[in-house]
Design a protein around this ligand. Structure first.
Ligand SMILES: [Zn+2]
Length: 448
């Protein structure tokens, strides 16, 4: 299998603050199309990715106000990008974000509906009035509406079974409704679509295709946030479990305007969030220099390696920010500029054993002095399967052991290894209802 790549951008927020529309229009256009395409092309050439195995995923907040003119800019820019990169429309995937809800259209439809609670406005299709048109004009198919799940079969030849989810169902014209939600019924639909994609994959083998779900709101619960926070994905843990059980192995998200997002990302794989690609110099800012707000522009490339097991995330960022002379370069601000991870769940079960699978994170770094890796491992599976496990013991060959009595716990630890090539982790499950089960798990390679 040859290599393939997903270019992941998010939160472009084309609108009144973007540089494409502003007085320095040519600068913005150059930064977001010409220099971006050059940067992507150079990386793909270096990585020897064939041009027909490259796709683009945009995880929402394409516009700022969900307005018609914003999508006209977006359509022009995305078409220019994909033309330059020779990406056909079948290899483009988009999902809406909270900024893709058009408030006036949503309010008007709500008023006309005669309903009394604005929460009832969440399912009104009119809220995506202009996003829907953008979706149709860019992809040549209809956006299925609020709270939907939809497949992108054009990514299958690249080794990806990609399903998009609209996580913006709760979003209305009310600013307290910016949070996301994935209904169980939506997750179930996504699972059906995933199975359909995998069955139609050329290989005919389930395991040869990585199940990816794209959604705007970050699928990692934010420990530092309050339950009443109106901007994050509500019941994220449930949504993630449900979708993982349905067979999704990788979540790609936006909304957070920062890369990684979950804190455990670089050691935990699985949920990848990219920063804002945003062109804006107004509200899109994330950084200050003194009193001055500085825009941050980021994107990332997800590379599927030749072994079809390991993936690599390459993080890029515009430097210096917000400047006509800016160039795209490695993004080291939030960690390493690239890292390898294993999206594929590692099946664990034999007949009669609990149906659980391993999620293996990426060793963030090998501490040469202490000869230790930081690794994160977790078991995923149905609740009744996990409840059969009394204790999980992880052991590295250098003799370090870690134990957990909660099989649902994401287990993060420093493990002593004899050297950087020694990458096997022993796992023992102590069962409540039978003899112990032992396996060896191969860890991903260190980033080069
Ligand atoms: Zn957002």
């Amino acid at each position: 299998m040859s290599r393939s790549a997903i270019i992941h951008i998010s939160d472009t927020e084309f609108g009144e603050f973007d540089r494409v529309q502003s007085s320095s229009r040519q600068d913005g256009y150059a930064l977001c199309v010409e220099r971006f395409a050059e940067d992507v092309s150079a990386i793909l050439a270096q990585e020897q990715v064939p041009s027909d195995r490259v796709g683009l995923v945009v995880t929402g907040d394409i516009a700022y106000y969900g307005a018609r003119e914003e999508y006209e800019t977006a359509l022009r820019v995305v078409n220019s990008m994909t033309d330059r990169l020779h990406i056909g429309r079948e290899r483009i995937a988009i999902v809406p974000g909270n900024h893709d809800v058009n408030w006036p259209a949503c309010k008007e439809a709500f008023d006309a509906s005669g309903k009394s609670n604005h929460k009832d406005a969440e399912s009104l299709a009119e809220k995506h009035l202009h996003f829907s048109r953008f979706f149709r004009e860019l992809l040549g198919k209809e956006f299925p509406g609020p709270g939907s799940a939809f497949a992108f079969p054009g990514f299958l030849p690249m080794g990806f079974a990609l399903v998009g989810i609209d996580s913006t169902l709760p979003c209305t014209f009310d600013e307290t409704d910016n949070y996301g939600r994935v209904l169980d019924s939506t997750a179930a639909k996504a699972g059906v679509l995933l199975r359909g994609l995998k069955e139609s994959a050329e290989t005919g083998i389930d395991d040869a295709t990585i199940g990816i779900v794209a959604l705007h709101h970050c699928a990692t619960p934010q420990a530092d946030r309050h339950a009443d926070d109106n901007s994050y994905l509500h019941e994220a843990e449930d949504a993630r479990s449900f979708l993982t059980e349905a067979g999704f192995e990788l979540f790609i998200c936006g909304h957070e305007h920062r890369q990684g997002s979950s804190g455990d990302l670089r050691t935990g794989g699985k949920v990848l969030t990219t920063g804002s690609f945003g062109l804006g110099i107004g509200k899109l800012v994330e950084r200050y220099e003194g009193d001055q707000r500085i825009p941050t522009n980021r994107y990332q490339i997800l590379l599927l390696k030749d072994d079809a097991v390991n993936m690599e995330c390459v993080l890029r960022r515009l430097e210096p920010p917000g400047n006509a002379s800016s160039v795209w370069g490695p993004d080291k601000e939030q960690g390493p500029e690239r890292f390898i991870f294993m999206p594929r769940l590692q099946p664990f079960s034999a007949a009669g054993e609990p149906e659980v699978r391993f999620v293996i994170g990426t060793p963030a770094a090998f501490d040469r002095k202490e000869r230790t890796f930081a690794v994160e491992v977790a078991l995923e599976g149905a609740k009744d399967s996990l409840e059969r496990i009394r204790k999980v013991t992880y052991s590295a060959s250098a003799g370090t052991k870690r134990e957990s009595t909660n099989a649902r716990e994401r287990f993060r630890t420093q493990l002593e290894m004899s050297d950087s090539t020694d990458r096997v982790l022993g796992v023992e499950l102590t069962m409540r209802d039978g003899p112990p089960i032992r396996r060896e798990v191969q860890l991903p390679p260190l980033p080069s």
